[in-house]
Ligand binder design. Structure first.
Ligand code: TYD
Length: 206
């Protein structure tokens, strides 16, 4: 049995990550990959309930610590119930966001110490890391302009430019710390070009 691969997609708001996820999944399946597609926060019954709470503007301000722990509560369930079993079966997992998002949003955006997040990472998935992370990158203002076209912004989308600049900076910092795993995709290009760039990065794993 061929070994499963764990691929994650990351990026700040409006990077077109979700559109790219659909196209990447379709392409991987066309290449014969047995694929599980999921997302964070979410992917399990508990995770989706936590997601609703985390994204609902009616939830209001959360303590940054509560927000981080809810992300990891969802993640622990997701890893145990979905991600690890799929990888053990030899399937690939394509996940829209994972722990890098906690470093970027709760670390960079909310200002929590990276050491705190690293401690949770170390506790909850000491050995599991994505084989490849595609970081959809584009200038923050451009991303917000794109995201601004959506009707009802969620609790994160309501944040200000300063928050997303910090998120974006933290993502780049992660990429510099893990250059072998995290690869940048220029998200300012057309969907076709973005997909082509993603394919080139995924091809060696096939
Ligand atoms: P996502 O569905 O990817 O939103 P979008 O389509 O707007 O990119 O992710 C939901 C939100 O959750 C997003 O604003 C980022 C946030 N998030 C965190 O703050 N920390 C995390 O650990 C994860 C996984 C997501």
């Amino acid at each position: 049995m061929s070994s499963g691969r764990f691929i994650t997609l990351e990026g700040s708001e409006g990077a077109g990550k979700s559109t790219a996820a659909v196209a990447i999944a379709r392409w991987l399946k066309s290449r014969g990959v047995d694929l599980v597609v999921s997302r964070e926060p979410g992917g399990t019954a508990l995770g989706e309930q936590l997601r609703s709470l985390l994204l609902d503007p009616a939830t209001g301000d959360l303590a940054a610590e509560s927000e981080l722990l809810m992300m990891f509560a969802a993640r622990a369930q997701h890893i145990q119930q979905i991600i690890q079993p799929a990888l053990d079966r030899g399937q690939w997992v394509l996940c829209d966001r994972f722990t890098d998002a906690s470093f970027a949003y709760q670390g960079g955006g909310r200002g929590l110490q990276f050491e705190r997040i690293a401690a949770l990472e170390q506790w909850l998935h000491p050995t599991l890391q994505p084989d490849l992370t595609l970081l959809f990158d584009l200038p923050v203002e451009q991303g917000l302009q794109r995201a601004g076209k959506r009707n009802s912004p969620d609790r994160f989308e309501q944040e200000k430019l300063q928050f997303f600049t910090a998120v974006s900076d933290a993502y780049r910092q992660r990429m510099h710390q893990h250059p072998e795993r995290i690869k940048q995709v220029d998200a300012s290009q057309s969907v076709e070009q973005v997909l082509r760039e993603a394919q080139q990065l995924l091809e060696p794993l096939l």
